[in-house]
Design a protein around this ligand. Structure first.
Ligand code: ZN
Length: 298
């Protein structure tokens, strides 16, 4: 009897262990951090892409105006409720406008979450890029941007004014620089995503060859800004953006020279040093150099 009991206990423990081993952990709770920049401007922050469990998508600006809330970008699909929950902690106003800095799913993923009454705004090339995304096909085509522009557009007026600028290809073919003039804040989208080599999405018209010149135009035309909201980094300054422009220009010049000298992409990558740029990493440098080679080779 006793022996059987012990054996039974061992089997029970074994079964329990198996249950635990087979137990599926629930998905990590969707938590988004928020930074307050001004009384009427907040940022739902982004972690660097890489950790799929916690990556919510790019930095989202929440701009609270007299008429409602404007969101700049909407993170990855599935994070809409988490955005709304956080938004509700700072305002009761509804989302009335969404500005998409560019086409990618980690910036447009919840455009449809806030309903059909929301006005969605983007550069005309970004609308064209979005039309090719599965997420905006069929029934969801109603969430494509209805308001588009070519070079510059202003939305709202007075303290609620938002200026949208387009300066050419870079991360994609339709990157918008979003300025809140009264607050002296700029959202760059992924034209300044991180302190590393730029991602140039050639499938969506991006160009690492044009990237530094496009950034240079932005720096020359956008003045009176103190704070820069980058695509996937903590808050930056205009000085950081200037440094990033120089970094992308140096990277382009390096890639062009290496290509001319007949070097491989690997050799060109190995000889590009990021040391003189404090806080920079080189995890994406190879991708940027590859993009230059692909674009320049005939
Ligand atoms: Zn992007």
């Amino acid at each position: 009897m006793k022996r059987r009991f012990v054996l039974g206990a061992i089997l029970s423990v074994g079964a329990l262990t198996m249950t635990v081993a087979g137990y599926q952990a629930p998905a990590a709770p969707k938590v988004i951090d928020m930074v307050k920049l001004k009384d009427n401007l907040y940022v739902l922050t982004s972690s660097t892409p890489g950790n799929a469990a916690t990556f919510s998508g790019g930095n989202v600006a929440i701009f609270i105006t007299d008429n409602g809330v404007t969101l700049v970008d909407t993170k990855l699909a599935g994070w809409g409720q988490a955005i709304l929950d956080k938004l509700k902690t700072v305002t009761n106003k509804p989302v009335t406008t969404i500005i998409n800095t560019h086409t990618h799913g980690d910036h447009t993923g919840n455009d449809g979450f806030f309903g059909t009454s929301v006005e969605i705004v983007a550069h005309e090339n970004t609308k064209a890029n979005m039309e090719r995304m599965d997420a905006f096909k069929g029934e969801n085509a109603k969430f494509l941007p209805k308001k588009t522009y070519k070079d510059k557009m202003t939305v709202g007026s007075g303290k609620d004014r938002i200026d949208l600028y387009y300066f050419g290809a870079g991360h994609t073919s339709g990157d918008t620089f979003v300025v809140f003039p009264a607050l002296r804040v700029l959202h760059t989208g992924d034209m300044f995503a991180w302190k590393d080599g730029p991602l140039c999405d050639r499938g969506n018209g991006g160009s690492c060859v044009a990237f530094p010149a496009t950034l240079d135009k932005a720096l020359k035309n956008i003045r009176n800004v103190d704070t820069v909201i980058a695509g996937h980094s903590p808050m930056q300054t205009p000085k950081d953006l200037q440094e990033y422009q120089r970094f992308t220009a140096a990277l382009l010049a390096h890639a062009q020279a290496a290509m001319k000298a007949g070097q491989s992409v690997d050799d060109a990558t190995a000889s590009f040093k990021v040391d003189k740029y404090p806080g920079y990493t080189n995890e994406r440098v190879k991708g940027s150099i590859q993009a230059v080679y692909d674009e320049l080779k005939k």
